[in-house]
Ligand binder design. Structure first.
Ligand code: BGC
Ligand code: BGC
Length: 853
C-alpha cells in the first residue's frame, strides 16, 4: 500500500526522502527513551542523484553512540588471540545446536557457542526441567574449558529463544508475546519482564537469549507478526533499549553483564518485518529509507544500550540475503552504527546465500557475519571454513576480527571467570520461577496488554456473582493462550500440566466468580443448552511459529470452536463476551457482531487470571489501558494496513482501545470479508479429503490423472475410504514400470520448509504385496536430467503415518526451491497401497527419518 510522504499520523513514517521526517523520528526515539547512551544525530540526506535502489548508503544511516571499548578487555583479547590456533578460531565462529552436538564435539572442535532451538531441549520431553538443562550446560561448559591439547581454552556461551519469558523451561512464567506488550506500551514493564527473564535463564544455566525481536511487521500475513511489538517503529524503538537494559543491565552501572544478567541478541537484522507479502524469510523490496526509518528503528536504541549481539535476518533486501549483505552488516551496523559486539547468524541462514550450502559458506563470514548458527551443519562448516581460511579465501584479518568480537562479548560477560553453570548465582533456584512476584508481574502484563474493542451496553465489567457459561477451545488451554515458542518450537499440544506455575483463563474466571458467589459452567463447544446470563467465549488462532504461521490473508478461520454458536446464546438473551486469542489482528466482523463485548487478548501466556481481573474489574482501580499497536482490519484482504498509509482505512485504528465507561456503541458490522472464494488454500497440502487441491494433481507416470478410477497397463488408481467416504486413494502397481505422483505444472519453493526440518507426511497402508516402496520428491527439470530422489520406506498393513524429513530429499539432490513432484511412489509389480493426507508438516516428536534408520 502506498505510504504518505506527509507527516500526518500519530507517529512519523519517513518512507520517502524527507529530511524533516528523518530527523524527527530520531529525535522522537531519543525523547521516548530519555536515556544516556542512546544518542543519535541526524544523518546526511541522499540527494536524488545518488539514489540507486539496490545500493546502501551508510552515510545516511544513524550514528549511534555505543559503549566505549574497555582497554583492559582489548588487551586481554590480544593476548588470547595470540594463543589460539587457527582451528580454535574457526571453532569460535561456529555455533551448533544441542540436538546435534555432544560435549565431546564441543571440546574437539572448540566451538564458540551452543544453542538450543525450539525443539532441542535435552531429555525425552519437548521441554526440560532446570536440572536437566543444568546437567547439559555443565557438560558443554566443562568440555569447552578442558585445556587438553590447547594453550588456552575459550568457554562457550549457551543461547536459547527466551522470547516471552524463559518459555522453554517448564515452570517458568510465560509472559504475553510481544504483540501484547506493544499494546501495553509500557517501557518500564518491558524492562521488568526482561530482568525477570534473565533471572529465569540463570536458573537453567543459559547465558544468552535470542531476544529482543525488533521486527516492525508491516504485513500481518507474516507468521511472526506476534513477535514484533508494533507496526510502529516508535513503539519498537522505545522498547529496544529498555529490554536490553533488563537483560544485560545498564552500561556504566554496577551489574552491567553481571551475575543477574544474560547476553541479549537484537533480531532479525534488518527488514524481517518488511518482506513482500509478509512472507517469512522473504525479500523486503522497499527503499533504503524505509528500511532505515521503519525496520532499523529498534536497533538504534538497542545497539545504543549495548546489546552485545545482533542476529542477521533470514530475509533479503532488494534480492540480497542479509547473511551475505556486507554493506548492511559491516558498513552500516559495525561502521556507521558503531556496533562493537558480534553478529550471529540465524538457523542455517547462511545456506540461503546463492552459492552457499549449510556446510560451506565463506561468503557470510566475509560479509561480516561473526558467528554462524549451524545447528546440524557445524561439523561440515568447520572443515570447509578452515579450508577457506587456509586458502586465503577468508582473510585471516576477517577471522581475527570475528573472534575478537566474540571474545569481547565473552570477556565483558565474564565467562572466563565463571564456574560451571550449576554453580552460578540462581542456578537451580526453581522456587523463584513461580514466586508471587513473578506471577504478579506476568498478570500485570496480561491486564495491560488487553485491548477492549467493543463494549456495547456496558457488558464489561461483567458481574462475577452471575451464572456464567465459559465456552471456547482457548479457555482451558495454556498452550493456546501462549502461542509459538512455548515449550516447543510450534508450541502446540502442550498439556496444562506442563505449566506447573500457570493458570488457564478458565481457572482465573473460576477463582474470581467463586469468590463472588457466582457459578461457572464450562462447555468448550458452546453447543449445550444453557440458561447462563453471561457467556464468556475464549477462542482464536492455534499456536504457530515462523513460516508455519504465514497465511494468505487476515481472515480468522475458526478451528476447534465455532463462534457461530454464540449467536444462539445471544438470541436467548445472554450477554456474550469474546476473549480473542491471536498473534495478529484478524478480520473478525462476524465474531464481533456475535458479541456484546470483544477483547483482543493476543497471546497472553500462562497467567490466565489477568483476563479475569479485567473481565470482572476485580480491582475497581484497574482500567483498560491497552491500545492497538497494530491497525485492525475492516476487510480480510487488508493484511498490509499500517498507520500512515495514504489510503488508511482500518476498522479500528492504531492506538484504539476503549475504557470500561467509554460510550462507543458499535453498530452491526458488514460481514463480507472481501475475499474471493477459495482464497484460503493452504501451502503444503497435496492430497486431502479425497482431492489434490489446486495446483496439485494426481499423475500416472508422465500423465496427469483427472478422473477416478484410472487404469492403464501399468497403474490403477481408485478412490478408497479411510475416515470418510472416498477420502483416500488405492494405488495398484501392475507392471512396476510407472510411478504414481502428486505433481504440479509449475515449481514451488519449499526451501524454508526444508531448512526448518519439516517432513513429508502421509497416511498409508499396504493392500497387496510387501510394504517396501520408494518414496520420492522431484523438482523442475528438463527431460534430459530428471531431478528426483527417493528413499526406501516400509509401509504396514494398517493405516499409519509415514514421515520423511524434507532435507533427506534435499541432501539427495532435489532442489527444494523448485519442487514440482510433492510425492512420488515407486512400487513394484503386484504391490497395492492405500494413501491419504499427503502434506508437509512437523511433528516435534518424530525422529528425523531418511528411510535408512
Ligand atoms: C529463528 C530465530 C531463532 C533461531 C533459533 C530461527 O529459525 O528465526 O528467531 O532465534 O531459529 O531457534
Ligand atoms: C528449530 C527452531 C528453528 C527452526 C528453523 C526448528 O526445528 O527448533 O529453533 O528456529 O527449526 O526453521
Amino acid at each position: 500500500m502506498a505510504r504518505s510522504t506527509l507527516i500526518r499520523s500519530k507517529f512519523q513514517r519517513a518512507g520517502r526522502l524527507s529530511a524533516t521526517g528523518l530527523t524527527s523520528i530520531l529525535v522522537l526515539s531519543a525523547a521516548l527513551t530519555g536515556c544516556a547512551g542512546v544518542e543519535t544525530e541526524a544523518p546526511a540526506e541522499l540527494t536524488p542523484a545518488t539514489v540507486d535502489t539496490a545500493t546502501i548508503h551508510p552515510e545516511i544511516w544513524p550514528v549511534v553512540e555505543t559503549p566505549p571499548l574497555d582497554p583492559e578487555i582489548e588487551a586481554r583479547i590480544d593476548d588470547i588471540l595470540s594463543k589460539l590456533t587457527v582451528e580454535q578460531k574457526v571453532g569460535q565462529v561456529i555455533q551448533g545446536d544441542s540436538g546435534s552436538l555432544t560435549a565431546e564435539d564441543v571440546k574437539q572442535y572448540r566451538l564458540g557457542s551452543v544453542l538450543s532451538g525450539g525443539n532441542s531441549a535435552p531429555g525425552p520431553l519437548p521441554y526440560a526441567d532446570a536440572q536437566t538443562w543444568l546437567d547439559a550446560a555443565d557438560a558443554y561448559f566443562a568440555a569447552s574449558i578442558d585445556p587438553e591439547g590447547v594453550e588456552i581454552a575459550v568457554p562457550i556461551i549457551w543461547g536459547i529463544d527466551a522470547v516471552h519469558g524463559h518459555a522453554n523451561l517448564t515452570g517458568a512464567v510465560v509472559y504475553p508475546h510481544n504483540i501484547g506488550l506493544g499494546a501495553a506500551n509500557d517501557p518500564d514493564l518491558i524492562e521488568a519482564i526482561a530482568r525477570a527473564t534473565a533471572h529465569d535463564l540463570k536458573v537453567s544455566g543459559h547465558d544468552w537469549t535470542f531476544a529482543p525481536t525488533l521486527a516492525v511487521p508491516q504485513n500481518d500475513r507474516w507468521g511472526r507478526t506476534y513477535e514484533g511489538f508494533s507496526e510502529s517503529p516508535d513503539i519498537v524503538a522505545s522498547y529496544g533499549d529498555r529490554i536490553v537494559y533488563g537483560l544485560q543491565g545498564r552500561v556504566g552501572e554496577d551489574g552491567f553483564l553481571g551475575v543477574d544478567t544474560v547476553i541479549s541478541s537484537a533480531k532479525h537484522y534488518v527488514g524481517d518485518g518488511g518482506t513482500e507479502n509478509g512472507i517469512d524469510q522473504g525479500d523486503a523490496k522497499i527503499s533504503e529509507e524505509e528500511l532505515r526509518d521503519i525496520h532499523a528503528a529498534g536497533y538504534v536504541t538497542a545497539v545504543g544500550a549495548g546489546a552485545q549481539t545482533v542476529m542477521a535476518s533470514f530475509s533479503a533486501w532488494q534480492g540480497t540475503r542479509m547473511h551475505g549483505h556486507k554493506p548492511l552488516l559491516t558498513d552500516v551496523l559495525k561502521g556507521q552504527m558503531n556496533f562493537n559486539g558480534f553478529i550471529v547468524g540465524d538457523w542455517n541462514g547462511h545456506g540461503l546465500i546463492p552459492g552457499c550450502t549449510n556446510t560451506d559458506c565463506p561468503q557470510a563470514l566475509n560479509a561480516g557475519l561473526d558467528m554462524y548458527m549451524a545447528p546440524d551443519s557445524w561439523r561440515g562448516l568447520w572443515h570447509s571454513t578452515l579450508a577457506h581460511v587456509q586458502s586465503g579465501e577468508i582473510p585471516m584479518e576477517r577471522l581475527d576480527d570475528a573472534v575478537r568480537r566474540i571474545l569481547r562479548v565473552k570477556l565483558a560477560y565474564g565467562v572466563f571467570e565463571k564456574d560451571l553453570p550449576s554453580q552460578r548465582a540462581y542456578a537451580g533456584d526453581v522456587e523463584s520461577l513461580g514466586s508471587d512476584e513473578r506471577r504478579a508481574l506476568a498478570r500485570e502484563a496480561v491486564r495491560k496488554s488487553l485491548v477492549l474493542l467493543k463494549n456495547n451496553d456496558a457488558a464489561l465489567p461483567a458481574d462475577p456473582s452471575a451464572n456464567i457459561l465459559v465456552v471456547g477451545d482457548g479457555a482451558n488451554s495454556i498452550a493456546k493462550a501462549s502461542g509459538g515458542w512455548t515449550l516447543s518450537w510450534q508450541g502446540r499440544d502442550n498439556p496444562n500440566e506442563s505449566f506447573p506455575n500457570g493458570q488457564t483463563i478458565l481457572d482465573g474466571i473460576q477463582d474470581a466468580v467463586t469468590a463472588s458467589g457466582g457459578a461457572v459452567t464450562f462447555d468448550p463447544t458452546g453447543l449445550e443448552d444453557s440458561d447462563a446470563d453471561i457467556v464468556i467465549a475464549v477462542y482464536g488462532e492455534d499456536p504457530y511459529a515462523e513460516f508455519q504461521g504465514d497465511v494468505a490473508n487476515v481472515d480468522f478461520v475458526p478451528n476447534a470452536f465455532d463462534p457461530a454458536t454464540l449467536t444462539a446464546h445471544r438470541a436467548r438473551g445472554a450477554t456474550v463476551i469474546s476473549v480473542f486469542l491471536s498473534g495478529r489482528p484478524l478480520w473478525t466482523n462476524p465474531e464481533i457482531n456475535a458479541s456484546d463485548a470483544f477483547i483482543a487478548a493476543w497471546l497472553p501466556g500462562s497467567e490466565g487470571g489477568g483476563i479475569a481481573d479485567m473481565l470482572f474489574r476485580t480491582n475497581p482501580d484497574t482500567e483498560f489501558t491497552g491500545r492497538l499497536s497494530y491497525s485492525w482490519p475492516k476487510l480480510a484482504t487488508q493484511a498490509e494496513l499500517n498507520v500512515g498509509d495514504d489510503d488508511y482505512d482500518p476498522l479500528f485504528p492504531f492506538g484504539y482501545g476503549l475504557t470500561y465507561t467509554e460510550d462507543a456503541a458499535l453498530e452491526t458490522l458488514p460481514e463480507d470479508s472481501g475475499l474471493a472464494p477459495g482464497a484460503t488454500a493452504q501451502k503444503g497440502v497435496f492430497f486431502s479429503r479425497g482431492e489434490a487441491p489446486d495446483p496439485w494433481t494426481l499423475a500416472a507416470g508422465p500423465n496427469r490423472v483427472d478422473q477416478l478410477p484410472f487404469g492403464s497397463a501399468d497403474l490403477q488408481i481408485s478412490a478408497l475410504n479411510k475416515d470418510a467416504q472416498e477420502d483416500s486413494l488405492r494405488i495398484d502397481f501392475l507392471s512396476g514400470a510407472e510411478s504414481f505422483s502428486l505433481t504440479s505444472s509449475y515449481a514451488h519453493d519449499f526451501s524454508r520448509e526444508s531448512n526448518g526440518a519439516m517432513e513429508l507426511a502421509f497416511s498409508a497402508k499396504v493392500i497387496n504385496g510387501d510394504g517396501n516402496v520408494q518414496v520420492g520428491m522431484g523438482c523442475e527439470s528438463d527431460d534430459a536430467t530428471p531431478c528426483m530422489a527417493t528413499v526406501p520406506v516400509t509401509i504396514g498393513g494398517d493405516w499409519s503415518e509415514v514421515r520423511v524429513t524434507l532435507s533427506c530429499f534435499a541432501g539427495r539432490g532435489v532442489s527444494m526451491d523448485s519442487l514440482q513432484d510433492a510425492l512420488i511412489l515407486n512400487g513394484e509389480a503386484g504391490q497395492s497401497f492405500g494413501l491419504s493426507d499427503v502434506r508437509i508438516e512437523q511433528d516435534a516428536d518424530a525422529i528425523p527419518n531418511c528411510g535408512d534408520a
